[in-house]
Design a protein around this ligand. Structure first.
Ligand code: WTA
Length: 635
């Protein structure tokens, strides 16, 4: 089993070792896994292209490491625990033995339906066990999974299916979220009608096979239970090279359409397991719960792969934090005796706002480590989490990372290295962060601020953007030569601890979800009355950032509230409800530079209510609109 750091001194020693001898260090870590063939070179890299390879020449199957190897030693331990939306419905659990059998059955079904190594399979599913099972089934046979968050629209789903040229879609009939019953299969139908011609088969799982109202049509579509249930429960694990693709996950950037971040088998396996064990300090017998959705990277790395690789008991939750009431998370922590709990600042803030009497009703004494991820956590939320949930006894790990990094990069290690409110603190072993100024010059020393880059490869880093390697190069490796650029700004305090300030590009982080301003603008511009729009983020009490849209219309709008609703509708149609603008302001013009570029800096300030210090606006093409935009600004 990969090492688990026991104290601060050991962390420092191992960190130094990982920097001085990365290949020796990661070779040793990789040795703790089950390989079909050992690698002949630990790391081969070049950032300019970029061309990064880990465990070169090695062969493995990640599911043998997640499942088979644990069956021998802890086959009857629960691997996956599932808590349903309805608090009175029974929880489900799968032991390592049972989970392996389910994964094999699904893998056999996929093979029977013509899916093989290298084929892309797109998922559009709620948080049900079938999602985790089928993701692992893909990995078993070497098919590449691309999970799309089930809150995205049909159009967004279609774009992702087409980009990946997925051969199969796996979905469910409905999605239960709190009191809502959301059609899922219908969205897939709508997506497939939008010019998708690569999909050969659709597997539909159902929440209730006896009573579902969904009807399958055509011979493309099959029920999960019809194709999976009768299969044999063993399936050989496909041999994968370390650098074969494991999955694609689409994420928003500052320009254009979402890009498919590609992760590969060997390095991702080694790093997600290593980071999981060290950050959460998982011990045998613990119950670990991450509340993320598997549609995001956190769910991939820290619900499925990391915990299973480490032989943990990992829980997934179908529902929402506020159903039946705002005590649900804490009720579940008590019920399942949760030891490590990992969530997002937006959830903490939302639950904090509902009052202390919710957590006070439950026994939270088993919590040992609390985690946060997805956006900077504000001091008030940090203290509430620490005091009311952890009761001062459960260290908070503030984990900074990204879809592109595959695993946690900067974080304290629960109870091992000290936390500091609002600071991610120190890099994990093997991670070499640095700060640079806008010219790419490294800012040395402590108590400094800059743009966060990483200067040495780590095993789970992005390899490419699917179908467009040049985009990967441009976005991450071209801004500063020889470094991976994160898109985040950060501060390093007097002790070398990092505090992540937030995105420095045109990406908004809404409730921990990355949304590109350009994507929202493109959607808004689809409305007939829109001439031009500019979208920026602004501070939002619960969501972290809200979406503020400035729009120039053709003058046909007289009811602004109704117009806002119409814009919500188009955004929901093109992206999904998560990207709906919180504020829409109709403006006579947008401040532009003489070359015609929208001055987003000014718009961001106005949206944040910071109007006293707009900087010099006299060089603008149209300085007069600034006052007009300010006058019409909405609170
Ligand atoms: C932000 C989520 C501050 C950051 C795993 C990053 C954070 C983006 C933190 C990636 C944190 C994530 N503190 N900011 N602990 N964790 N972020 O790809 O801006 O959905 O670039 O990955 O979230 O978001 P993504």
């Amino acid at each position: 089993m990969t090492i688990q750091i026991q104290n601060k001194e050991e962390y420092e020693n191992i960190y130094n070792r990982s920097v001085n001898d990365p290949e020796g260090f990661w070779g040793e870590m990789a040795d703790t896994f089950q390989w079909k063939k050992k690698w002949n070179k630990v790391c081969q890299w070049e950032f300019d292209t970029p061309d990064v390879k880990w465990f070169v020449g090695g062969e493995l199957n990640i599911t043998e490491n997640c499942l088979d190897r644990h069956v021998a030693t802890k086959g009857d331990q629960v691997a996956l625990l599932w808590e349903p939306n309805e608090p009175d419905a029974p929880a489900l659990s799968y032991t390592y033995k049972e989970l392996l059998a389910e994964v094999c059955k699904c893998a056999n079904a996929l093979k029977e339906m013509g899916v093989g190594k290298g084929d892309r399979v797109c998922f559009y599913m709620p948080m049900v066990p079938e999602l985790a099972i089928a993701v692992l089934a893909c990995a078993r046979i070497g098919a590449i999974h691309s999970v799309v968050f089930a809150g995205f629209s049909a159009q967004a789903l279609a774009d992702r299916i087409i980009d990946a040229q997925a051969k199969m879609v796996i979905c469910s009939d409905f999605n239960r979220r709190g009191q809502k019953f959301i059609p899922v299969k219908q969205v897939v139908d709508d997506a497939l009608a939008l010019g998708v011609d690569c999909v050969e088969k659709v597997i539909v799982s159902t929440l209730d096979s006896e009573n579902t109202t969904v009807k399958l049509t055509g011979d493309k579509e099959v029920w999960w239970h019809d194709v999976v249930n009768h299969q044999a429960d063993t399936c050989p694990a496909e041999t994968m090279s370390s650098e074969d693709m494991l999955f694609i996950l689409y994420t928003s950037g500052s320009t254009g359409k979402p890009k498919g971040v590609v992760h590969t088998c060997g390095g991702y396996m080694v790093y997600t397991c290593f980071s999981f064990r060290n950050v959460f300090q998982y011990k045998d017998g613990d119950i670990y719960w991450c509340t993320a959705d598997i549609g995001w990277i956190t769910g991939h790395s820290y619900i499925i792969y990391g915990p299973l690789l480490a032989g943990a008991t990992t829980m997934m939750f179908e529902g929402v934090p506020t159903y039946p009431d705002a005590g649900r998370f804490w009720e579940i922590c008590e019920k399942h005796k949760v030891n490590q709990f990992y969530t997002a600042p937006t959830a903490i803030r939302a639950l904090m706002a509902k009052g202390d009497h919710f957590p006070e009703q439950y026994d939270l004494s088993r919590l040992k480590v609390l985690g946060t991820v997805g956006e900077p956590i504000n001091a008030e939320a940090w203290h509430w989490y620490n005091d009311k949930i952890g009761k001062g006894n459960a260290p908070i790990v503030d984990t900074w990372w990204q879809t592109e990094t595959g695993g946690i990069m900067i974080s304290n290690l629960g109870g091992i290295t000290e936390g500091k409110p609002c600071f991610a603190t120190y890099p994990l072993p093997g991670i070499q962060p640095c700060l640079v100024d806008k010219d790419g010059v490294e800012v040395s020393g402590n108590d400094v601020e800059g743009l966060l880059c990483i200067k040495h490869p780590w095993p789970s880093m992005i390899r490419t953007t699917y179908g467009d390697h040049n985009r990967c190069k441009q976005v991450y490796f071209s801004a500063f030569a020889g470094k991976y650029f994160t898109g985040d700004g950060a501060r390093r305090d007097e002790h070398g601890r990092y505090r992540i300030i937030g995105r420095v590009d045109d990406v908004i982080n809404v409730s921990g979800h990355r949304i590109g301003t350009a994507e929202v603008e493109n959607a808004i511009n689809e409305h007939d009355a829109i001439i031009e729009s500019a979208v920026v983020g602004y501070p939002h009490d619960i969501k972290g950032q809200g979406i503020y849209a400035y729009v120039i219309t053709d003058g046909s709008i007289d009811d602004e509230a109704a117009f806002h609703k119409e814009l919500n509708k188009v955004v929901t149609q093109f992206i999904g409800p998560i990207a709906k603008p919180d504020v829409v302001q109709v403006v006579p013009g947008l401040p532009k530079t003489r070359s015609g570029k929208i001055m987003r800096r000014i718009l961001r300030k106005i949206a944040s209510g910071e109007t006293s210090n707009l900087g010099d606006v006299s060089t603008l093409l149209n300085p007069e609109v600034v006052q007009a935009v300010m006058d019409g600004a909405k609170k």
